[in-house]
Write a protein of this length. Sequence first.
Length: 393
Amino acid sequence: MRPGTPGFIGARLKAAREARGIMTAAELAKRVGVTRAAISQYERGDQSPSPDVLASISDVLKLPSQHFLQTGCSSVEPVFFRSLSTATKTVRRQTERRYEWLRAVCHFLQTRLKFPVVDFPILSRANDPALISSDDIEEAATQARRHWGLSEGPISNAAWLLENKGAIVVRADLGTNDLDAFSQWPLEDDRPYIILGTNKGGVTRSRFNALHEVAHMLLHRSITAESLAVPGRFQLMEQQAHRFAAAFLLPAEAFRRDVPFVSLDALKNLKPHWRASISTMLHRLVELGAVNSADARRHWINLSRRGWRTHEPFDDTIEGEEPRFLRRCFELLLKNGVKPADVALGTRLQVRDIEELANLPIGMLATAQVDAPVHEAEPTLLGDQDPSELNAG
C-alpha cells in the first residue's frame, strides 16, 4: 500500500487550489504530475497523498506542507459581495478562499496580541429587507454616527474609524472591476471583516464602499445566505446599503447647509471638504428632495459631458485612506522579537501571502525590517494592561 500523509485534510487542498485560481482538479493534476482522479480522491478525503506527492502539491500551490494538515476558518454567515453575477463567480470563489487565509492570519495575531473591542451599534434588524424603509435607513445612519460620537461634519478617515471600532479592514486586488468590496461578520470571530478592492476608483469611492459594507453589518446581518437568492432581494439590499453609506457620509442637515445652490461646480468645490464623490453628492441631493427630476437629469447629462462619470476632479489629489491596524500588529511583533518564520509557522502560509493579505509592504516580513518606530501601538501584547485604540482621524 502506498504511504499516505497522516492528518491530511482534503478540504484544505481544494480551498488552496481555488485560492490560487486553479478551478479544476484536472488542471492541478497536470501541474503536479498525477491523475485527475487522484486529486479528486485527495480533496474528498478518500485518500491522502504520499509525502513526495504532497511536496509537489506544496511546490505548485506555493504553500508549506503543514498548510494541508490543519482545519481552516469557516462560517455560515453570508459574505456580502457587491456583485453576484455569473461573470464574477470564479473570482468570488478565489477571493473567498484568500479571505479565509486572512482570517487565519488574524487568528494567529490574536494568540499574541489584544485587538480592539468590537464597538458597532446594535440596531433593530429585519429578516426581510422589504421591511426596511428609507426613513429607517436614515435613522440607522444617524444612530451609528451618534453611537461613535461623531459630529455632523465630514469623516476624516473612514478606514481608521472602522478599525478603531474593532473591524478588520484591508485592501486587496479582487481580480476584476466587477467587484468593489465585500464583507462578513462571522460568529466564530465575532468581528467584522471589510475587504476593499484596489481595482478601480479613488479614495472617495473607497470610503463609500467601506460604509456600504457597514450598512450590511448593521441592517442585514440577520439575513441568511440562502435568502439572498430570493429574486430582487439582493438588489434591494444593495440599494439600501447605498443609501446608508450616503446618509452616513453626508448627514442631511449639515450637508444641505453647505449646498445653498445646486450646481456641478458647487459640488466640485465641496468634494475635498466632504471627501465624497460629486456623483454621490448629487445622488444624495436627489434623495433629500433638493433637486427635482428635470434638474437632476440635466445635471447627469452635464456630468457625462464633462467626463466626470469615469474620472472626477480631485480623484488623484485627495489623500488616500490606508488601513493600518494589521501592519502595526506585525510591527509590534517584530519589535518584540517574533521572527518571520514564527509567523509563517503559526499561520501555515508563505510570508509573501501574509504580506499581501495584511497590506504589509512587500519584503517587510521577508527582511524582518520595520521602517519606523511604533509611536501609536494600537494592539498590545497579551498580558499588558489597557490596550490603546486607533484614532478615527
